[in-house]
Structure formats: C-alpha cells, structure tokens
Design a protein around this ligand. Sequence first.
Ligand SMILES: [Zn+2]
Length: 64
Amino acid sequence: MHNTLEEKRLLCPACNAAISVLVDPSAGSQSYIEDCEVCCRPLTIRLTVSHDGGDIEVEADYAQ
Ligand SMILES: [Zn+2]
C-alpha cells in the first residue's frame, strides 16, 4: 500500500482554468470541497478509485 498523494489536473467548472488537485487514493473513493486555486470558488471534488487502486478518476463540480 502506498500513502502517496497523487496530483491530478482538471478544468475548474467555475472559471475554466486548468488546476491541479492533490488526492489521496489510499483513502478510497470520496468527495470533498476544495477551493479553486484560481477563482477561489468552492468546488466539489469527486474521487473515484477502482478496487485495486490502480485506476483513479477525479471530477470537479461547482455548486452555485
Ligand atoms: Zn476556478
């Protein structure tokens, strides 16, 4: 098991800037609020980790 944070890049749904988020795949699938580093709006980050932990997907939503 690794405890390494992974950096994922995505587009901010609020301002369309390319941002990077640090996710922790060892904690499994989760969602949490993180402020966009560009526009500072609160984004819902959804992290999906496959059962073997080898496949990681990150999505960001902006709830107005
Ligand atoms: Zn933004």
